[in-house]
Design a protein around this ligand. Sequence first.
Ligand code: FES
Length: 124
Amino acid sequence: MTNAIETENEADTAIEVPQVYKHHIFACYTQRPPAHPRGSCGAAGGPPLWDRLGKKIESEGLSQDIGFTPAGCLGFCQAGPMMVIYPEGVWYHPTSPDDIDEIVDRHLKQGKLVERLAIVPRLR
Ligand code: FES
């Protein structure tokens, strides 16, 4: 399935784009050395959690509705591991496999915020 986007200037040349997901997750895989002053999601244990997340999305049959994109640095390195779910713009800081399971079960399947794992970035 595709969505068509028409521009104001070129209504007769619609652009076909892939169907967007109900939720799209970006998870930070950046790895810096453990003593690096910025820290990193890789050094904080993110990659095994993201691997679990990707497998759980598949095993739960959610792949049609949920996009999962391994990402580089998302800008909140010292708070890692960090992931963000759009279109909600909710940032999560999971630290265990159980946290991942809870995000899948409550946020992705039930549409409910997992408050204890949510991070609210401050605007400058
Ligand atoms: S290293 Fe993950 S947010 Fe920067």
